[in-house]
Write a protein that binds this ligand. Structure first.
Ligand code: SF4
Length: 359
C-alpha cells in the first residue's frame, strides 16, 4: 500500500524534537548536537539541510504516478487526475500518459510541507496536544525545499516563516479542542462501477463520541471558498464515498480547512452531490479510454508545465490560440450563417402568410 505522507513524515519525525525551541522564524538556542541545529552560526535558518534526506522523505502528493490501468483493466484515477482531465484533457495526457516531467514549485512545496507537519501533529499515540514548538519542529523536519531551490535565500526564508505563522495560527485555533482523529492520511482505493478506481488519501477523519465521522481536507491557498462552492466540491464528494468504503459509513460532515487564512468551511453530507461525483469519475474514465485528449485552453494555461509542447499555446503569454480557439471561431461563423438563413426563412413564411391573408 502506498502511503506517501506517512512514509515522509515517519522518516522526518524520527529525528526527534531537536527543534522544539524554535519559534518566530528566528534563531533559538539548539538543544542537541550542533550537527542537527537548524541555524547557521550567524543565526540564519539552514533551510537546505533537508536536502540530505533519503529519497521519498520529501515526496510530492503523488510521488510515483501509478499506471493508468490496474490489474483488472479499470482506469486508475485520483481526484487530481479527474480534476486535471476536466480542466484540460491534453494536460492529463502529458502528465499521466506521456509522463512528461514537471517542475517543482514553491506553491506545491509549501502545501506539501504544511500537510506533512499537520499529519505529524495529529498522528500521535497519546491524546495530549503537541505544543506549538513541537508543531514548528515537525515543520522543520518535513520541510520540502525542492520548490524553492531557484529562489534567493531571503525568499526561501520568507516562505518558511510564512509556514511557521500559518501553523502557529492553526495551533491557537485547534489546541483547545485537540483530540486524536480516527485517521490521518487515510489511504483509499475506491471502485467506481466496473470501469474505474479512485485512489488517494484523506487528510484527516475525525470521529465524535457517537462514532459519527467528519472528513477534513487541508487547503493551503489563500482564498477561502464560500459554503456553496465547498458543497459542490468534487474532492469532498469523492472523499465521502471513500470514507464509506473504508469505514462502512458516510461522514456526517465534510470540511475544507483553509489553513492559511485559518478558516474551516464545513457542510453537511446531504449538501454534497455524490451521484454527480460518481458520474464525473465514470465520464473521465470513459473519455480516457476513448483517448479523447483535446487541448482546452483556459485561464490556467500560463501556469501549465506543458506549454512548450502544447499546440494550443502560442508562446506569447496567457492568451492561448490553438485548435480550440479555431474551433470556436468556426462554430461562431456557422451559427451566424444559420441564424441568417433562419431569418430569411422566417421572412419568407411571413410574406407567404401575408399574401394568403390578402387573397
Ligand atoms: S497549455 Fe493550456 S491547453 Fe495546453 S495542455 Fe496546458 S492547460 Fe492544456
Amino acid at each position: 500500500m502506498i502511503h506517501p505522507h506517512r512514509d515522509r513524515v515517519g522518516a522526518g519525525t524520527g529525528r526527534g524534537s531537536t527543534l522544539a525551541g524554535m519559534s518566530n522564524g528566528s534563531a533559538q538556542t539548539p538543544t542537541e548536537s550542533p550537527a542537527e541545529t537548524p541555524v547557521d552560526p550567524d543565526g540564519a535558518l539552514r533551510l537546505l539541510d533537508v536536502e540530505g534526506a533519503p529519497p521519498g522523505t520529501f515526496g510530492e502528493f503523488e510521488p510515483t504516478s501509478p499506471p493508468l490501468l490496474d490489474a483488472r483493466g479499470r482506469v486508475r484515477l485520483s481526484f487530481s487526475r479527474v480534476d486535471t482531465y476536466r480542466n484540460c484533457p491534453r494536460k492529463f495526457r502529458y502528465a499521466y500518459i506521456d509522463r512528461l516531467p514537471t517542475e517543482p514549485s514553491p506553491h506545491l512545496s509549501f502545501g506539501s510541507s504544511i500537510h506533512a507537519a499537520l499529519e505529524a501533529f495529529y498522528d500521535r499515540k497519546l491524546p495530549s496536544c503537541p505544543s506549538e514548538d513541537d508543531l514548528l519542529g515537525f515543520l522543520y523536519e518535513v520541510w520540502d525545499s525542492s520548490g524553492f531551490r531557484d529562489l534567493p535565500r531571503d525568499e526561501q526564508l520568507s516562505y518558511y516563516r510564512h509556514a511557521q505563522d500559518v501553523l502557529r495560527r492553526f495551533h491557537r485555533r485547534e489546541a483547545p479542542t485537540y483530540r486524536l482523529p480516527a485517521a490521518t492520511e487515510a489511504w483509499f482505493e475506491l471502485p467506481v462501477g466496473d470501469a474505474a478506481v479512485v485512489v488517494g488519501s484523506i487528510d484527516r477523519v475525525d470521529a465524535d463520541d457517537d462514532g459519527r465521522l467528519h472528513v477534513i481536507d487541508y487547503k493551503t491557498n489563500r482564498k477561502v471558498q464560500d459554503r456553496q462552492r465547498v458543497s459542490r466540491s468534487l474532492q469532498l464528494a469523492i472523499y465521502a464515498l471513500a470514507c464509506q468504503h473504508l469505514y462502512g459509513r458516510l461522514p456526517v460532515q465534510v470540511s475544507l480547512d483553509f489553513v492559511v487564512p485559518g478558516v474551516m468551511v464545513t457542510v453537511d453530507l446531504d449538501e454534497l452531490d455524490l451521484e454527480r461525483a460518481r458520474a464525473a469519475v465514470l465520464d473521465t474514465a470513459t473519455k480516457v479510454r476513448e483517448e479523447a485528449f483535446t487541448p482546452t485552453p483556459n485561464r490556467l494555461c500560463g501556469w501549465c508545465d506543458f506549454r512548450s509542447v502544447c499546440p494550443a499555446w502560442d508562446g506569447d503569454g496567457p492568451q492561448v490560440l490553438g485548435p480550440a480557439v479555431d474551433q470556436a471561431v468556426e462554430m461562431r461563423r456557422r451559427l451566424r450563417r444559420e441564424v441568417r438563413e433562419l431569418r430569411e426563412l422566417e421572412d419568407g413564411v411571413t410574406r407567404l402568410a401575408d399574401e394568403l391573408d390578402g387573397s
